[in-house]
Design a protein around this ligand. Structure first.
Ligand code: ASP
Ligand code: MG
Length: 419
């Protein structure tokens, strides 16, 4: 069996969904699990809705109406008024959000976020499922929450692999014998039956989880790029596409911020030696890139830009050296507020670290560190990582004031102002 994953851009309007149907028509192997994300920018919109509800701002009706009309527009284009079932299904899904909105927010924000934002995937998979059935591609709809079991760290839920494997292996092979099945990426379920999400852009990871548990032949992620490139084509010219990429190189790239696939995707696939294809959605017969166990020859520089960095600099208050004890406290604070450091540097009196800036987490972090350290910080920065760096590439891409720099034989990293 195989797993196909279609991201938000691949289901963002009626035309793209029809294209998805064309890709599936090319498949002889009907033993296929389809994983979809929320449509287009729906997750951002639902995030805004959740935040507005939590903060009781008065734009929530407008935001909600926009989400609804975006989806109903797509439904209308795909089905006209000929398919009552899809309208009923999607109406019901929106009613679930309305129920939340009708009550005062009493739960924590992360919990509320997961209950609301997960609906983007539910709605998307339902629309696509109905569409596939309407073009005679018989497809079963599966609720990912019946399979992907997690802890209750909302917005960053961790997978309970034992339970998840058991549930997937028990039920899904039989379902796939009957033909295609469609499910959601990004979402899971706690042991108390509440919905969780796996972290932004987590649908790729979901596809890898299903593939691992099902011992899939391969996973294909359909994207709006020709494959995995050595830099983001939106930011750089003359990008080079990789035909093949090793699992390790892919992990390194995504770890440093390449957004083409979610960083957590590779491990479950590597562990079972399942190849991952990254293919262009609009040219399904092209080769794309395959990520697998392969010896990489050549050393094409890979350039990765991570925006929205906050560079935090800590000094001891009494000019004492930064010791292991200090480091222990610093890393405990980072771990307690779930901040992942992207790059760090330590000198006698300074600890500097850069990470993806989020205002709420920043405040919590400062609270934990303020007693022990003097704190300075810069925002609006970007981290540029160059793998297989050579002088020419560095010269071409690095200019302006360098806030922090680090190099080893393989990788050069720079924190710069993000103009
Ligand atoms: N819809 C979610 C997001 O935009 C998950 C995903 O697209 O992978 O973050
Ligand atoms: Mg997405």
């Amino acid at each position: 069996m195989q797993v196909f994953k279609f991201g938000g851009a691949s289901v963002k309007d009626a035309e793209e969904i029809q294209n998805l149907g064309e890709i599936l028509k090319l498949q002889n192997d009907k033993n296929l699990l389809i994983v979809v994300s929320a449509m287009g920018k729906t997750t951002n919109a639902l995030e805004k809705l959740a935040k507005g509800y939590f903060d009781k701002t008065d734009d929530i009706d407008a935001v909600f109406e926009e989400i609804k009309s975006y989806h109903f527009n797509i439904i209308h284009q795909l089905f006209g008024d000929k398919n009552q079932a899809v309208y009923d299904d999607i109406n019901n899904a929106f009613v679930e959000i309305e129920w939340i909105l009708e009550d005062e927010p009493v739960d924590g924000f992360d919990f509320i976020y997961d209950q609301m934002v997960s609906m983007g995937e539910i709605i998307s998979s339902k629309i696509v499922g109905h569409y596939l059935n309407s073009i005679n591609l018989k497809t079963q709809w599966l609720d990912a929450r019946s399979y992907i079991q997690t802890d209750n760290i909302y917005r960053e839920a961790k997978i309970d692999w034992d339970k998840t494997t058991q549930l997937i292996q028990k039920n899904i092979p039989q379902i796939l014998e009957k033909g295609f099945a469609i499910t959601q990426g990004f979402i899971g379920n706690t042991s108390e039956n509440f919905t969780t999400t796996l972290g932004r852009e987590g649908s790729d990871f979901s596809a890898a989880i299903f593939a691992n548990c099902l011992n899939a032949q391969s996973v294909t992620i359909w994207k709006d790029v020709p494959g995995v490139l050595n830099a983001d084509p939106k930011l750089f010219e003359d990008c080079i596409k990789f035909e093949e990429l090793s699992y390790t190189e892919a992990i390194e790239m995504t770890y440093y911020g390449a957004t083409v696939i979610h960083p957590k995707t590779i491990k479950p696939l590597q562990n079972k030696q399942i190849p991952l294809f990254v293919k262009p959605f609009l040219a399904p017969k092209e080769s794309g890139t395959v990520i697998k166990e392969v010896q990489m020859s050549g050393s094409t520089p890979i350039i990765i830009v991570k925006k929205n960095q906050l560079l935090l600099t800590l000094n001891t208050k009494d000019l004492s050296f930064i010791t292991e004890k200090h480091l222990q406290n610093i890393f405990k604070a980072f771990a307690d507020v779930y901040i992942k450091v992207n790059i760090l540097q330590i000198s006698a009196l300074n600890f500097s670290a850069s990470y993806d800036h989020q205002d709420d987490k920043f405040k919590l972090l400062i609270n934990l560190l303020t007693e022990e350290f003097d704190i300075r910080y810069n925002t609006g920065l970007k981290l540029i990582t160059i793998r297989h760096a050579n002088e020419q590439t560095i010269k071409k891409h690095i200019s302006g004031e360098i806030y922090l720099e680090q190099r080893n034989r393989n990788t050069a990293q720079f924190i710069l102002k993000d103009e």
